[in-house]
Write a protein that binds this ligand. Sequence first.
Ligand SMILES: [Zn+2]
Length: 95
Amino acid sequence: MTLLAAYVVCLGAIVGSFLNVCIVRWPKDESVVRPRSKCPHCQHGIAWYDNVPVVSWLLRRGRCRHCAAPIAWVNYDKQKYRKKKENIKKTIDEK
Ligand SMILES: [Zn+2]
């Protein structure tokens, strides 16, 4: 049972990480495969060993290996999200 739980957690982390990439890249009409993930601050490519879902983030303590800038737990454009939320609210209020 413990092995099954570990498997489910790993699978969830992998799927969740991939979906996060989709959420960030699809609105920009970018591929989810290439280019590789990069640091949002220094634009340095993230190596495979620094891109293992959850584990790498915890080991690096949420910071980039190259510039040590913090990397958010969930990567999304906050301003864009806030604007969309406001637009949805306006649409609802108008009805
Ligand atoms: Zn960096």
